[in-house]
Design a protein around this ligand. Sequence first.
Ligand code: HEM
Length: 261
Amino acid sequence: MAWRDLFPDDDYGFRLTLRRGDPAEFFAPTTAHGKICDERSRFLATAPRDYAILTPSAVPAWSEYVEQARSWVGSPLSDDPVAIGGQLEPDVVLLCRDAAGVFRVAGGVVVFPSHWALADKIGLTLLEVHGVVPGLNDAIGPAIDRYLDKIKPGFAAGRPNWGLAATDAWNLHPTTNPPPLKTGLGTDRMWLRVERQILTPLPQTGAMLFGIRIERHRLDHVLADPDVRRRFHRAISTMPPAVSAYKGLADVAADLLRASS
Ligand code: HEM
């Protein structure tokens, strides 16, 4: 894990830091494949419509994605979103251009969201999706759109995102009622949730594929490294209160500062 990318030696801010990504590496099975896919299949079997959604406009892009995914992982995969959602570890979102050429969320399979639901994002532009994140659009909204317009098929961009949770559950869909971060919770009962993301355009349909992988790290283990601890402290101490509230950290911000000082 590139902790320095996650916690730059700088005040907290939204940045469009993208590095070259590799879809074959991103979609490749890890050593936890069985456990992750069992967990994904369990939720997909219980509430498929909460996790796998394909609008009619996304059907051609979905077929193209499945073809690409087969070549990335080199093994047979189902065409069905619910089935493939239990065969591959990452979550995927497809963005398709509308009549005006603007990317909108058109479908995907998201079983391990971080406190959001795919169903709530269907039909939205990225500016609309990110509208709930205080200050994000003002800082980098137009830059994200410009980037998506110029990224060429065959190229993949990767970026990380982080949050904290009071559970190591992979799935934090709102219907699972994830526990809130409450003051007094030790860092041994908090998890740093890292989202590794990849963005790559699909050459035939022109749709944008957005992949998300979740990693969980116990916070006391993360903060054992003095350099990471210092960077984390700076991020928490300079985070605007509205962002801290959005990330569910308001109640534990003082605890986090103490634990990382
Ligand atoms: C390349 C550019 C992108 C950047 C820099 C970016 C950045 C971010 C950041 C910083 C957050 C807040 C997360 C947090 O702090 O906890 C966020 C949330 C989110 N982003 Fe992005 N994002 C990008 C692209 C995308 C794309 C392509 C999608 C596809 C749909 C997407 C979907 C979301 C969703 C669903 C959320 C959660 C919103 C919620 O809480 O309801 N993002 N993004």
